[in-house]
Design a protein around this ligand. Structure first.
Ligand SMILES: *[C@@H]1O[C@H](CO)[C@@H](O)[C@H](O)[C@H]1NC(C)=O
Ligand SMILES: *[C@@H]1O[C@H](CO)[C@@H](O)[C@H](O)[C@H]1NC(C)=O
Ligand SMILES: *[C@@H]1O[C@H](CO)[C@@H](O)[C@H](O)[C@H]1NC(C)=O
Ligand SMILES: *[C@@H]1O[C@H](CO)[C@@H](O)[C@H](O)[C@H]1NC(C)=O
Ligand SMILES: *[C@@H]1O[C@H](CO)[C@@H](O)[C@H](O)[C@H]1NC(C)=O
Ligand SMILES: [Zn+2]
Length: 307
């Protein structure tokens, strides 16, 4: 007799009926099997500590969702175009794409159980007026503190390309999403101690892509630049984006101007990715990275990360 229930309905009903822990069942061979779901104990949401108040929690959840949106689109762009994307070649050179895809995908789909965001000030670093937050390093390697400054300054992804922002000329932490992408990569669960800082500044990032591309696909800043650039070009301002020019990084790192022009990539349609040569690289300034005590690096704007 033909089954009258659509297969999709059977699957759906099965999914809803699945309890958190199901009883062992005897197989036809008489052996019993533990049918605990393979992913029991998975953590699907980012952990936000009780020290975050209601609005901080809301903003953090939105910022983390923006980080996932950026990472997910970056991955989708690579899966669609591979290295025939001019954007891909600009940031990752001739490196195979799997590492970049994987570093984005871990943010999109990785387990969130080993990454805690907190809003108190356990190490006292938020007392310094310029600090937006910090990874707790050896004090608590799976924890990141987000200081009050972040909640009043970091922008939502909806503002990408607005207010004078350009990828080349502005800080990567302009947007909460890219800022948190950076912070996620410092935590072992998302960066695996493999996503690190190799390039300095935007010009340094483009140079690394050209000269040492196997490092580009696990460079924290380059992963952010690429995600911002392709989201800007594909989604925020389709076919235009706001790549900016390398030269302006030297003159206006802190205060990008609204007249910043876009690079030659901006007027191209996706179909021209295959034929366009890579964007030429010219000299630019370093990203305001200064040295800090211990094994910490301080980014412009007071973001300190310790290794
Ligand atoms: C693009 O990837 C292909 C392999 O899929 C490789 O043969 C080719 O050299 C790559 N081109 C560039 C410019 O990286
Ligand atoms: C770790 O804790 C010590 C002592 O409280 C503090 O001096 C140090 O700055 C902390 N490290 C980080 C990365 O916050
Ligand atoms: C939560 O903390 C922030 C400081 O980060 C503060 O500005 C805000 O007013 C607080 N929200 C509420 C609802 O108290
Ligand atoms: C931190 O996360 C790692 C995995 O990323 C895990 O192995 C480790 O147990 C965690 N440490 C703590 C103290 O939670
Ligand atoms: C590539 O970059 C890494 C990290 O900065 C560096 O250690 C290595 O020497 C570079 N290799 C070349 C060939 O430049
Ligand atoms: Zn960092």
């Amino acid at each position: 007799m033909r089954c009258s229930v659509p297969i999709a309905a059977v699957f759906a009903a099965g999914a809803f009926a699945l309890p958190a822990r199901v009883q062992p069942r005897a197989d036809s061979d008489g052996h019993s099997h533990d049918t605990t779901p393979w992913d029991e104990g998975a953590t699907k949401d980012f952990w936000i500590h009780d020290s975050c108040n209601a609005t901080e929690t809301t903003q953090l959840r939105k910022g983390l969702a923006d980080a996932v949106t950026l990472a997910d689109h970056a991955k989708q762009h690579i899966l669609r175009f591979g290295n025939s994307s001019e954007h891909y070649r600009k940031y990752f050179g001739d490196a195979p794409s799997a590492e970049a895809i994987g570093n984005y995908e871990r943010v999109v789909s990785g387990d969130r159980g080993n990454a805690l965001f907190r809003c108190d000030n356990p190490d006292g670093n938020c007392n310094q007026p310029e600090w937006g937050g910090h990874w707790r390093g050896s004090n608590a390697t799976n924890e990141t503190v987000i200081c009050p400054l972040s909640y009043s300054t970091r922008r939502p992804l909806e503002q990408l390309c607005a207010l004078g922002y350009t990828v080349a000329g502005s800080e990567t932490n302009t947007y909460f999403g890219s800022d948190l992408l950076h912070r996620l990569y410092h935590m072992p669960a998302f960066g695996e101690d493999h996503v690190e800082h190799f390039a300095e500044g935007y010009a340094g990032a483009l140079e690394l892509a050209e000269t040492n591309s196997s490092y580009a696909t696990h460079d924290s800043d380059i992963l952010q630049y690429f995600a911002l650039d392709v989201y800007a070009y594909d989604i925020a301002v389709p076919g235009v984006g706001c790549a900016g020019t390398v030269d302006e990084t030297a003159s206006s790192m802190e205060t990008p101007t609204s007249t910043a022009s876009t690079t030659s990539t901006s007027a191209q349609s996706p179909s021209s990715f295959v034929t366009e040569p890579p964007t030429p690289v010219t000299a630019g300034a370093a990203n305001g990275v200064t040295s800090a005590p211990q094994d910490c690096h301080t980014h412009a704007g007071g973001d300190v990360h310790c290794v």
